[in-house]
Design a protein around this ligand. Structure first.
Ligand code: SF4
Length: 448
């Protein structure tokens, strides 16, 4: 059977807000996992990734006409659910014999609404790799909404079918790579057991691939693509510290020379671990710090303290690993004064990069159910990209007040002479210079 998997059109402005330009693209790894499972079962698969190709609905139509698939599978994140539905309507009208499948993060938490909006043949809620082949081959055996259990054995999955994409088109944002903009993304785990109320990953079942399986994928990427750098897209890479030690030991022992970065919590690290990670090639770690107010951290059930955050940042910097910190504005219970404290905290911690986003109560999160206690919510999902102000806590008088403090955060953090001098001092070659200039251009989009 022929299956075409589509990531719907999404412009840089829709992804990052109206003020910025497109400086990087990320591959649709979820679709690559689906494609790998289908190919393994003998099906012919094509992936059409609209954002990286700048495709419109018309381009997708041409692609469908050329490939002539039996099934089209669409990925729908919350901000793209309307676009995915437009695509479904086009397919129904112009290719009535093609069956349609819709999955993705929005379909997972709002399957009924996704089905009603899209009119798809099947909507998948959850991780579909274990049942996807059966669905494609025997759709009559399944209800219109298929609720899938998390994949238990991640080692049983084939490696993502990256060969269906032109991987040279995917480049990280300028401040997100060290050796090469062509950073490859890898998942070593799935699921996060923490309960942060704003987060779509919360309350997940944590599962982990074996070290051997992850190392095999890295070796394959080095052999096939000559990669120099990977980023782990896991939510909490260091939850299982022993696994990380074993992984680092293997990289060191087998002399696998790659730069890598990951994301985790600041209370899930210790000194021996970060030192080992540095030795094994880790150059950058991303942490959701969220706020400089203990009361707000408690409100969102972050289950950490300002002191643990300070200690963690010191540890990572001490090991010689760059710190990227993410901070949020418009948290439940936040006032303008508290937002200023968050900016002060970001400056005090002085990470190498700070990301300032706006609280977005995505469907399925606890905050999407309790937001009424804390403020007002705009339910236009097209704006759910964490850069647009969709949630206004009662502590603010206007949306403009929230937007202004958000912009101020970028200006106060990045336009500090100390920060600029530190960045200049770290420039070692022309590549560093180019990366920093591009990074500043990208960030400038958020300051006005
Ligand atoms: S914010 Fe991080 S720790 Fe909290 S639930 Fe989400 S992924 Fe887990």
């Amino acid at each position: 059977m022929k299956v075409m998997l589509v990531f719907p059109p999404l412009s840089a402005q829709e992804r990052y807000g109206k003020h910025t330009t497109n400086l990087g693209s990320l591959p649709p790894l979820g679709l690559c996992y689906m494609a790998a499972v289908l190919e393994k079962a003998g099906h012919t698969v094509k992936i059409t990734d609209c954002p990286v190709n700048g495709f419109t609905l018309e381009d997708v139509k041409k692609d469908i006409a050329e490939f002539s698939p039996d099934w089209v599978g669409l990925s729908a994140i919350t901000s793209l659910v309307a676009r995915a539905s437009e695509l479904c309507a086009m397919i129904r009208k112009d290719f009535p014999n093609i069956k349609i499948l819709v999955g993705g993060s929005h379909a997972t938490v709002m399957p009924e609404e996704t089905l009603a909006l899209s009119g798809a043949d099947i909507v998948i809620s959850g991780e579909c790799e274990d049942v996807l082949v059966d669905i494609i081959e025997h759709p009559e055996r399944f209800p219109k909404i298929v609720r899938c259990a998390p994949v238990r054995d991640l080692d049983s999955l084939p490696f993502p079918a990256r060969h269906l994409l032109d991987m040279s088109k995917y480049t990280s944002l300028p401040n997100n790579y060290k050796r090469s903009p062509n950073v490859f993304q890898v998942f070593a785990t799935r699921g996060c057991p923490y309960v942060c109320t704003f987060c779509a990953s919360a309350n997940g079942k944590f599962r982990q691939r074996s070290v051997k399986n992850v190392i095999s994928e890295i070796n394959l990427l080095i052999a096939n693509y000559g990669i120099k750098e990977i980023v782990f897209w896991d939510d909490i890479f260091t939850l299982n510290k022993q696994w990380v030690h074993d992984f680092c030991d293997t990289l060191i022992k087998e002399k696998i020379d790659i730069a890598w970065s990951c994301e985790t919590r600041l209370d899930l690290i210790d000194e021996p671990l970060v030192k080992k990670m540095k030795q094994a090639g880790c150059w950058n770690m991303f942490f959701g710090i969220e706020s400089g107010n203990q009361e707000l951290l408690d409100n969102i059930r972050k289950k950490t303290t300002l002191e643990l955050i300070r200690k963690g940042v010191r540890l990572v910097k001490g090991a010689g690993i760059e710190v990227r910190g993410s901070f949020m504005f418009g948290l439940p219970g936040e006032t303008l004064e508290m937002a200023h404290k968050t900016i002060d905290f970001a400056i005090e911690l002085d990470p190498d990069y700070a990301q300032f986003s706006l609280t977005t109560p995505f469907p399925g999160t606890e905050l999407s159910k309790t937001y009424e206690q804390f403020g007002v919510l705009n339910k236009d999902f097209k704006q759910y990209n964490v850069w647009m102000p969709v949630f206004l806590p009662s502590g603010y008088s206007t949306i403009e007040e929230l937007q202004n403090v958000h912009r101020l955060a970028f200006r106060r953090f990045y336009l500090r002479p100390r920060y600029i001098i530190k960045k200049i001092m770290k420039i070692r070659n022309f590549g560093d210079l180019r990366r920093n200039i591009a990074g500043f251009k990208f960030l400038a989009g958020f300051t006005n």
